[in-house]
Design a protein around this ligand. Structure first.
Ligand code: ZN
Length: 132
């Protein structure tokens, strides 16, 4: 596997609209897309910073993974996404190297990307997303 760059950083927030205001009015970034990913029970907002994006994540359900994350750890950085050429091949490679996978197969994430998560137990506590 050879990640080419950090595709995005995922940040768990309680209130997407309030957070969008902070990123736009205080940090001076521009939100270019808001999208709901039903599969993951999240509403996302995207900002570009050079080649890398910031992905804000608000839970749409009280039992969604982002709601649970905030319950346990509070708001903050949720995951780091690396851009790779081939998510499926990368997953096979990670598995062969003993990395515990959350997704055995790539699935569809926001922005029509093919994504998969590695388990933080195998990655030093960081939830890593691979995306293509
Ligand atoms: Zn992500």
């Amino acid at each position: 596997m050879k990640p080419t760059h950090i595709e995005h950083i995922g940040i768990a927030v309680k209130d997407l609209q309030a957070s969008i205001k902070f990123y736009e009015n205080i940090l001076g970034l521009k939100c270019y897309a808001v999208e709901e990913v039903q599969d993951q029970k999240v509403k996302t907002a995207f900002f570009k910073v050079g080649q890398t994006k910031i992905e804000l994540l608000e839970s749409t359900e009280p039992d969604g993974p982002i709601a649970k994350f905030i319950e346990n750890k509070g708001e903050g950085i949720h995951h780091i996404a690396f851009a790779v050429d081939d998510v499926e091949a990368s997953l096979k490679e990670m598995e062969s190297k003993g990395v515990q996978l959350i997704d055995k197969q790539p699935r569809k994430g926001a922005e029509e990307m093919s994504i998969a998560f590695l388990h933080p137990k195998s990655t030093g506590g960081v939830l890593i997303e691979l995306c293509e």
